[in-house]
Write a protein of this length. Structure first.
Length: 445
């Protein structure tokens, strides 16, 4: 279980236990593992070990958050931006060199897992879906809460609860990791969620310490991060999950309600079709203001959005980005930390999986691609090992990876492509990953 500070003076914190969730998918596995070690752990970050502060992101301090920032734009300019988004975004990604290449087909896949206090590690996955270590863990003292990968799989970034953002270059040939220039960046507060836009241009990081959104442009060659103008952006609520629309210029950020009267919900932003910088919230945003945060996952079609705040909430997404909760939502299944990636949709969009930390199960659903309605899966919920924290599906839709909280393990299950039912765990599962609460992201092949 992850420890989150309740009260703090200087560097002293009163800790409280939380429950969390893991996400997994890919043929390489990058694991940021919480090994549970204390001050004696090697950090893998020379600047920190020597008592030197890492580089600080420009415009990245709490004092630079403008609580009165008005980020709304008129509907006409927002509609124009959405209409231009796909072509402009694709061109930008190709120029940056971060677009997927046909050469990826000959490379192994990658799974990235971020955990609390154990560092980040990588594994190659063999044809059976089993992970094989690829190098040693880095930054073992980091308190990773989230990890995300660029579309090409060339870079991964992890959000550290201590207010840092780490970046790594991924070798697509053997899965090993190396820090990108100026990593880690210090932003202050508590970085708890992260996502990269579909074209690999920007990294969004949610900060619970100052209820804000930090946005960085990504150098497509080196992976180095640069804060965009006006970052950070005030949200007015604690962020939990981030998702981008696959084709439209829209970003979705969930936040936790401050009381029964609201104050949270899902913020929907228009984003610049070229730079992916957030513009303004669309009319009606935030939606569902009493929602208690939760991870966000977008359906591959862009027609539906899912949130894991104490159950699986499903929403229809209008062309404008407006959200409408579907009938019978929420559905049982998701139950983990507020920001844990405890829901996953397979690449075809036909099946959704949600983990329940307390029940030790994964619930599977079929998804009607037209209406978004959920369909029961025979045998669901499925036993998923000790305290399933997060889930992820590989790119081929063949395997479900489950991060097991407090067990230092990842369990792997085959998926029936027709029914979505999970088979028995593969040979050798669960696999030791030397870290608590693995958050997994998968890359390629």
């Amino acid at each position: 279980m992850r420890f989150a500070p309740l009260v703090g003076t200087d560097r002293t914190r009163v800790e409280a236990r939380q429950v969390s969730a893991l996400g997994a998918r890919s043929w390489f596995v990058v694991l940021a593992a919480a090994a549970g070690c204390g001050n004696g752990c090697a950090s893998g970050t020379p600047g920190l070990d020597a008592g030197i502060d890492p580089p600080v992101a420009d415009a990245g301090t709490d004092a630079q958050v403008d609580a009165g920032l008005d980020v709304r734009v008129d509907a006409g300019s927002a509609d124009a931006a959405r209409a231009d988004a796909p072509d402009a975004a694709t061109a930008d990604a190709e120029e940056a060199g971060d677009a997927a290449s046909p050469a990826d087909a000959g490379r192994p896949g990658i799974m990235v897992v971020a955990t609390y206090l154990g560092g980040i590690s990588s594994f190659t996955l063999d044809a059976s879906g089993a992970p094989r270590p690829a190098g040693t863990a880095l930054d073992a003292d980091a308190q990773f809460y989230a990890v995300t990968a660029s579309p090409s799989g060339s870079f991964v970034y992890a959000a550290d609860f201590r207010g840092r953002v780490y970046g790594y270059r991924v070798s697509r040939d053997d899965g090993t990791l190396a820090p990108v220039p100026s990593s880690p960046l210090v932003i202050g507060g508590q970085a708890i969620t992260a996502a990269i836009d579909p074209q690999g241009r920007v990294l969004y990081v949610g900060n619970s310490g100052n209820s804000s959104l930090y946005v960085f442009s990504i150098d497509g060659t080196t992976g180095a991060l640069t804060a965009v103008d006006d970052s950070p952006f005030a949200l007015g609520a604690v962020p939990a999950g981030i998702a981008f629309h696959p084709t439209a210029a829209l970003a979705f950020i969930s936040s936790a309600a401050q009381s029964a009267a609201g104050g949270g919900g899902i913020h929907v932003f228009d984003i610049d079709p070229v730079s992916a910088r957030p513009g303004g919230e669309i009319a009606g945003s935030p939606f569902l203001p009493t929602l208690l945060g939760g991870a966000l996952v977008m359906h591959p079609s862009g027609k539906f959005l899912y949130d894991s705040a104490f159950g699986v909430h499903s929403y229809a997404v209008a062309p404008s980005g407006a959200l409408a909760e579907l009938a019978e939502s929420p559905h049982p299944g998701a139950a983990s930390d507020n920001s844990a990636i405890d829901i996953a949709v397979d690449p075809s969009g036909h099946h959704l999986f949600a983990s329940s930390n307390s029940l030790g199960t994964v619930t599977g659903y079929g998804v009607d691609g037209t209406t978004g309605a959920f369909i029961g899966v025979g045998g669901s919920p499925f036993e998923a090992g000790q305290m399933p924290y997060s889930v992820a599906v590989d790119r081929a839709g063949r395997f479900l990876y489950v991060g097991n909280d407090d067990a230092d393990q990842v369990s792997v299950f085959p998926i029936d492509p027709t029914t979505g039912a999970l088979g028995l765990a593969i040979t050798g599962s669960p696999f030791v990953v030397h870290g608590l609460q693995p958050e997994i992201v998968l890359i390629g092949p």
